[in-house]
Design a protein around this ligand. Structure first.
Ligand SMILES: Cc1cc2nc3c(=O)[nH]c(=O)nc-3n(C[C@H](O)[C@H](O)[C@H](O)COP(=O)(O)OP(=O)(O)OC[C@H]3O[C@@H](n4cnc5c(N)ncnc54)[C@H](O)[C@@H]3O)c2cc1C
Length: 522
């Protein structure tokens, strides 16, 4: 078939789907296609249509229809990743917005697992479990108000709970996946007859194959996640340090001792941005949530400390310590304090506010003066953190003239992941205009307060180049990446036998390369 004939067949197929499922499910309005073609940083190729299925059955019925017309399809959860992950690498793709696949199907208190559809957000799951005193071990990214289970499962994710429980994949028991023929592929022990999704391992681990697949092997419909009793008591600790080396050493100690559910740090610039963005005592929304979740005394502590407590010239580390009893908590806090050497303890207002409102609107995707924002990250073994950070800083010094010329600023977020790893996340800020994506995602009142800089394509170009450089430096220090999307290198230098197996699996599951083309190819 010629290109024009293929395009016509594809358009006819979309029209047929629209006739079957309606305008609310099959969307082709140009303004919508434009919005869905953006992530935080980039614009993808033009989309053919956006499908917003109302049920997993409806989605399963549509997939083979698309495949029969050779239409590539890309799943999108909350759309909060920023590595071209759900952007089309070529024209004519269909985006599948999973936000209506948002039912929590089963909370198994006795057997400690929960089954949910993959369009459920992390905030929705947390709120359903919290009154029952339950929680998943990893319980979401900071974008979890809108980010979905499916997005995190398909690209990896860390933050809430990661200090002790690692990344999202470590909490997964089984998956239900729609294949290109619309069949249901079930993983975990639940694939066996008469077996509930309560256990992951029963023979080879097929669940792991689909975790971090960037949505290239199928579309995730449902997941079963482990449940834990949510610890009843918590304390919030913060320290500031004279230098990054002392901060890394203390964070690694806390990580190895598995003491902090979250342990994260800021460099001076990120601390400055954080303090500018939210005067914690003035942030009524956060305060109300802290009082609701942690009690009046916690709210009073937060208010009393205001925002002058952190010296923004310092590196700082912040820890959420949890335990089942007051005595156990006191013991863990005592051990944490003993492990942090060379740090000056300061009020734990930042981790307290974080846990008061763990899922805030994603306003941090713009800087405090309306700047654009773009992170890049890697997770290195603790022993490599110091050298890796030093190499990133050397690169920044080499680029100082360029950074000054374009008013680009780079801050750093750090976090520990289980007992093994330190996440290093350089975060770029630069003055630049906002896109339709920012206008829809950031609260209107917040955007009005921070303002919008002029369009600045030269700075944007430099940020894209520097981000790539930084990813290369992280990789050169043995870093692993989540959110590979179409940005991070996956194949370069990887074990050939492992790649050959993955390619064979891809051919088996998706012979025509219709699921998220352009991902995991470099
Ligand atoms: C303000 C902000 C804060 C953030 N904080 C964190 C953080 O704390 N920790 C962290 O790890 N990340 C964070 N992120 C990055 C991002 O939010 C996370 O990676 C999140 O997991 C993305 O989820 P999503 O539902 O938005 O996925 P999307 O961006 O919609 O999709 C991500 C990838 O998953 C695929 N996908 C989505 N759903 C499915 C499905 N059902 N089946 C198959 N493939 C699917 C998509 O094709 C795409 O490749 C943050 C981002 C922002 C903007």
């Amino acid at each position: 078939m010629t290109e024009a004939a293929t395009a016509l067949t594809a358009r006819n197929r979309i029209e047929r789907l629209r006739a079957q499922h309606g305008d609310g499910v099959v969307v082709t309005a140009p303004s919508e296609l434009d919005y869905y073609a953006h992530d935080v940083f980039s614009l993808g190729e033009a989309l053919l249509a956006v499908l917003i299925p109302e049920s997993t059955d409806q989605l399963q019925a549509m997939i083979p229809e698309l495949a029969a017309a050779d239409i590539p399809m890309i799943a999108r959860g909350g759309g909060l990743s920023y590595t071209d992950a759900f952007l089309a690498a070529r024209p004519g793709c269909v985006l599948i917005d999973t936000s209506r696949l948002n039912r929590i199907l089963e909370i198994q208190r006795d057997d400690r697992y929960v089954v949910a559809e993959c369009g459920v957000t992390w905030a929705q799951l947390f709120e359903a479990l919290e009154p029952l005193g339950l929680r998943t071990p990893y319980f979401g990214p900071l974008s979890g108000l809108e980010a979905t289970l499916g997005g995190a499962l398909s690209q990896g994710s860390v933050f809430l709970g990661s200090g002790v429980h690692g990344s999202v994949g470590d909490s997964v028991l089984s998956l239900d996946i729609a294949t290109v023929s619309g069949d249901l592929l079930r993983t975990g022990a639940a694939a066996a007859p008469r077996t509930a999704p309560f256990f992951r391992y029963f023979g080879p681990d097929l669940t792991g194959l689909f975790l971090g697949d960037a949505g290239t092997l199928g579309i995730k419909l449902r997941v079963s996640l482990r449940l834990l009793e949510a610890p009843a008591h918590s304390e919030y600790l913060s320290w500031q340090f004279a230098d990054a080396e002392a901060m890394f050493a203390s964070m690694a100690e806390l990580s190895r001792a598995a003491l902090a559910s979250e342990c994260f740090g800021f460099d001076p610039l990120l601390a400055e941005m954080r303090m500018k963005r939210a005067s914690i005592s003035e942030d009524a929304g956060t305060m109300a949530k802290v009082v609701k979740r942690q009690g009046l005394l916690a709210g009073a502590k937060l208010a009393a400390r205001g925002r002058g407590f952190l010296d923004t010239a310092c590196h700082s580390a912040h820890a959420v310590i949890e335990a089942d009893s007051k005595a156990a908590l006191a013991e863990r806090v005592r051990r944490a304090r003993r492990l942090v050497r060379d740090g000056e303890e300061i009020p734990g207002s930042i981790p307290r506010a974080l846990r008061g409102a763990p899922f805030a609107p994603p306003n941090t995707m713009l800087g405090p003066a309306g700047e654009r924002w773009l992170p890049v990250h890697g997770i290195v073994p603790h022993s490599a953190a110091r050298d890796c950070f030093a190499a990133l800083q050397t690169r920044m010094l080499e680029e100082q003239a360029c950074l000054d010329e374009h008013a680009i600023r780079i801050g750093f977020l750090f976090a520990t992941v289980a007992a093994q790893g330190t996440l290093i996340e350089p975060v770029f800020y630069w003055p630049d205009s906002h896109t339709v994506y920012h206008r829809r995602r950031v609260e209107a009142g917040h955007r009005a307060r921070i303002g919008e800089p002029e369009a600045n394509p030269p700075a944007r170009e430099q940020v894209a180049r520097l981000r790539r450089d930084m990813a290369g430096i992280l990789r050169a220090h043995g870093a692993v990446h989540f959110q590979l999307g179409k940005f991070y290198s996956y194949r370069a230098g990887r074990n050939p036998a492992a790649l050959a197996l993955l390619d064979a699996i891809k051919r088996e599951l998706d012979p025509n390369g219709l699921f998220n083309p352009g991902s995991l190819v470099e």
